[in-house]
Design a binder for this molecule. Structure first.
Ligand code: SF4
Length: 364
């Protein structure tokens, strides 16, 4: 990573107000999809975001590439606030169009992002016409054929003439990947990009992404609910894994640290829940006090994991842990990495019913 991050999130928040019925006059519920996340992404960097469904990882990914406006904090591309550039406010050194081109996305369902009435050639010519208007038609076609061959879609001329419904799921995802790369992006968000593929094709697709990431010097944010896929991508790319829980980034670091020596009790739960990553000697029962995930509209007070955490103490019910540095590229949001914290002299939590404990919305 260079000194200046490619994309930098500082204390980013995305809070959604839930829609209400016409005759509902109460205050709307607020879902804290992303809450207080700070993260730097460098050139040729790879960050794999993991967590349970609804933890905010996709919203965080979209916030990172400027597709989701944060309700608090900031998101910068090469030091330029993305939303200042879009709104034309403040100092704008990098035009929004340039930022939009540089930050691309591949969706979970490639079928829905490809125009069903357009052949592969037309789909792939569009970004080149827009971003390289001086390129001749012959050069455009040569580049598209080269890219189709690069991703293994041969004979390329045959694939260029097909419609999306004439492609398999893996082939559609390859076309979506080429389309993103033809923008010459600095960062691609792969949002559950392999989840819809057959299990046997997932490793091939991850290998292809890794090859292209290397070849095009692109950074990737890879969103997945599967810790072993996150490990595969992050360890082959020399990247990091970031673990999300109820809108917070609770641990981020090198994959071998996260898998072999996780410091946050929730990361241990994720590892336990991934059978091929379980180590010998791990318990049959999940390492949590309670299975149920709290309501994101009404998260627990203090540390959000305290209602499920087997290591929770009274201090955890009242104070929210900061993101502690634990070495050069490892951060953990848990008091247990701070030897001097009053957590260590605080009594263990009693297992009183959740409804008798304060929540963030109701505590002062
Ligand atoms: S701060 Fe407390 S409740 Fe939260 S993860 Fe650490 S030990 Fe568990």
């Amino acid at each position: 990573m260079t000194d200046e991050p490619l994309v930098s999130l500082e204390n980013a928040e995305v809070h959604f107000e839930e829609e209400q019925g016409l005759l509902d006059f109460s205050d709307p519920d607020v879902v804290r999809a992303v809450d207080g996340v700070s993260l730097d992404i460098g050139e040729k960097d790879v960050v794999a975001l993991v967590g349970e469904s609804g933890c905010g990882k996709t919203t965080l990914g979209k916030t990172t590439i400027g597709l989701q406006r944060p309700t608090g904090g900031s998101v910068k591309y090469r030091g330029q606030d993305i939303w200042d550039a879009k709104d034309g406010t403040g100092d704008v050194d990098i035009p929004y169009e340039e930022i939009r081109r540089s930050l691309q996305i591949i969706h979970q369902d490639p079928g829905s992002s490809l125009n069903p009435n357009r052949k592969v050639l037309g789909t792939l010519e569009a970004p080149l016409k827009k971003w390289q208007p001086n390129m001749s038609s012959g050069d455009r076609r040569r580049e598209i054929v080269r890219m189709l061959e690069e991703v293994g879609m041969t004979p390329a001329a045959d694939y260029a003439g097909r419609y999306p419904h004439q492609l398999s799921g893996g082939e559609k995802q390859r076309v979506a990947l080429i389309r993103a790369l033809l923008m010459d992006p600095d960062l691609i968000l792969a949002d559950e990009a392999i989840s819809a593929l057959d299990v046997s094709l997932r490793v091939d697709m991850m290998d292809l992404m890794l090859d292209l990431q290397e070849q095009f010097n692109t950074s990737f944010v890879f969103v997945s609910h599967d810790l072993s896929n996150a490990r595969y991508i992050a360890s082959h790319a020399g990247g990091r894994i970031g673990v999300m829980y109820l809108g917070e980034l609770i641990e981020v670091g090198p994959p071998e640290q996260i898998i072999n020596d996780p410091q946050h009790p929730y990361t241990k739960v994720l590892r336990w829940a991934t059978p091929d990553l379980r180590t010998t000697g791990e318990t049959e029962a999940p390492p949590v006090r309670k299975i149920d995930i709290p309501d994101p509209k009404n998260p627990p007070s203090g540390c959000r994991f305290h209602t499920r955490c087997p290591e929770a103490r009274e201090a955890c019910t009242q104070q929210s842990p900061a993101s502690y540095a634990n070495g050069a590229s490892h951060r953990v949001r848990c008091f247990r990495v701070d030897d001097a914290h009053e957590y260590w002299s605080s009594p263990p939590v009693s297992d009183e019913p959740d409804d008798q404990r304060p929540t963030e919305a109701h505590s002062t």
